[in-house]
Design a protein around this ligand. Structure first.
Ligand code: ATP
Ligand code: MG
Length: 525
């Protein structure tokens, strides 16, 4: 009580600055990007303070190769921009400078402060605007974790630590700076970062940092969907996606973040499918091979598409229009939490839409499929479905052989397939003729049964929209239930329209001549 009172009346004490000299830490300039070192030197020459900060210092200290470099300085954005040939001020809310060197971008930001009376927060305490400049020590304490708040001066080769980051690096501990509960309310993404970074860096999360996560997990829903996409993309492409998602689930953070993921994990086939997809991705990332977010999201949302596809078909819609509609509905639902950018969503759709086409193995259909620009991605997707036991392995093997063969063998494979199909349909015909008499007897019963099934389907579709409404109602967000229902209904109309537009754009694409030999193309490159 007295402490709280003192905190209010006394000015905040500046954190103590500790300098760690080159002899006492094990990083050197060689661990850093030459461009980042140059940016610091240039700023220092002009009399500014400049340090490499954040993830790069942390990674270097933990023996991980840093992948991007941030510089913090007391120079203002205009002053920074002025010193470099290719420098751009970006961001309206946080103005920072991107200094470009070929394909490397160094992000340079001015020291900022998290001053209680100068930041703007929403009703839950989430900071929506904090572009207040400050001192280096203020900049340090507004960062998220102690190990992320270390400053490296490449010129003097020393590390500056205000928050005990060096101690936590030595103990491999992730610890929030300040009170975790408050810091998560200010920015709920910090909870995701704690888990993602702990898995990637093989760190323990301090008890006081981990404990408030469950309680605050629902705040993730207040984060703008586009920002969440960036964070989720980092997570999925970290090389530890499977492990990180498992950790998120155990901290109660996956729920509501990827709502579809929860459903998927409830079905064993779905779980197997996702795990296989993420294993493949993790392997590729660790081998430093490119990975496509569109492919990954196609995997993550696939079982939701399949579920809807089956339900729409059961209501009497034809197979392909049903798939198109299911795709749009699944993407629409996902859009409410994590927005998949349009450039990815287009590829994701193409991968899905090619799946039923793999079943057509006539000469014309197979060869045309092979010519599609996204064939390779769609084929990899097919392999995953087979590995997860969702489709016959025979189908995947047939396509593998087809791709790898020369034109003569390809034709033989198609001929074999057509003969097998002809045999099958003859057998079916025979069975039908054999059963004709008994069917004729039961024809009246069959009609009655059909009418009964139709009535049930009508009930089911009513129940389905009811279930959706319940799901919306329990989502418990700020918008009223009735309004959300209306939005969802509108959303369905939009989904249908988009499905039609997408179908016609594909027809156009199909009628234009192919440009490359896609069987050789790697979709992830
Ligand atoms: P990664 O290895 O994923 O790049 P990182 O910690 O470098 O991890 P960045 O997004 O590059 O992540 O952020 C750079 C630095 O900015 C962080 O190290 C941290 O100091 C600060 N930072 C990033 N996100 C937040 C946040 N949500 N709240 C406070 N500080 C943050
Ligand atoms: Mg970084």
């Amino acid at each position: 009580m007295i402490r709280a009172l003192l905190d209010r009346v006394l000015p905040e004490r500046a954190p103590k600055r500790r300098e760690i000299s080159a002899a006492s830490h094990k990083i050197s300039k060689n661990h850093m990007s030459r461009n980042a070192v140059y940016v610091c030197e240039r700023l220092q020459e002009q009399g500014f303070e400049a340090y490499i900060v954040g993830g790069a210092v942390r990674d270097a200290l933990l023996g991980v190769i840093p992948k991007d470099f941030d510089v913090a300085t007391n120079a203002r954005p205009e002053q920074i921009k002025h010193l470099f040939r290719r420098a751009f001020i970006i961001g309206r809310r946080f103005r920072l400078v991107h200094v470009i060197f070929g394909d490397e971008t160094i992000e340079v930001s001015t020291f900022r402060a998290n001053k209680k009376d100068e930041v703007e927060a929403d009703a839950t305490g989430r900071i929506v605007s904090d572009n207040v400049y400050g001192s280096q020590s203020e900049d340090a304490i507004r960062r998220d974790f102690t190990i992320n708040a270390l400053y490296y001066d490449p010129n003097r080769e020393l590390i500056v630590d205000y928050v005990g980051g060096m101690k936590d690096v030595a103990a491999r501990t992730m610890r929030v700076i300040g009170k975790a509960d408050l810091r998560y309310r200010e920015d709920p993404v910090r909870m995701l970062r704690a888990i993602r970074l702990a898995v990637k860096l093989k760190c323990e999360i301090a008890r006081t940092t981990a404990a408030p996560i469950k309680k605050n997990a629902a705040l993730i829903r207040n984060v703008p969907a586009a920002r969440l996409f960036d964070e989720i993309q980092k997570l999925l492409l970290s090389g530890y996606a499977n492990e990180t998602l498992a950790a998120l689930r155990s901290h109660g953070l996956a729920e509501g973040l990827l709502p579809l993921l929860d459903l998927i994990y409830e079905q064993p086939a779905g779980q197997r499918f996702i795990e296989l997809a993420l294993d493949g991705t993790d392997r590729r990332v660790r081998e430093d091979k490119p990975v496509s977010p569109a492919f990954l999201f196609a995997c993550l949302l696939w079982h939701e598409v399949v579920k809807r596809w089956q339900a729409i078909e059961a209501r009497g819609e034809h197979r392909i229009p049903a798939l198109l509609l299911a795709m749009e509905q699944a993407l629409d639902e996902q859009r409410e939490t994590i927005t998949l950018p349009q450039r990815f969503a287009g590829v994701t759709r193409e991968i899905w839409l090619m799946q039923p086409r793999f079943e057509q193995r006539t000469s014309r259909a197979a060869l045309r499929l092979l010519e599609q620009a996204r064939f390779r991605a769609a084929y990899d997707f097919l392999l995953l479905r087979a590995a997860a036991g969702e489709i016959e392995q025979e189908l995947a093997d047939w396509w593998t052989e087809f791709i790898e063969s020369d034109p003569t063998i390809r034709q033989q494979l198609i001929d074999q397939r057509q003969r097998a199909q002809a045999r099958n349909s003859k057998n079916k015909q025979r069975e039908r003729t054999r059963g004709y008499n008994s069917q004729a007897v039961g024809i009246r019963d069959a009609r009655e049964e059909r009418e009964h099934v139709e009535a049930l389907q009508d009930d089911e579709s009513d129940a389905q929209s009811h279930d959706d409404d319940v799901a919306i109602a329990t989502a418990g967000e700020t918008t009223g239930t009735a309004e959300r229902r209306k939005r969802r209904r509108g959303g369905r109309g939009r989904a249908k329209k988009r499905a039609e537009e997408f179908a016609s754009s594909l027809d156009e694409a199909a009628s234009s001549p192919p440009t490359a030999s896609p069987a050789k193309e790697d979709h992830r490159e």
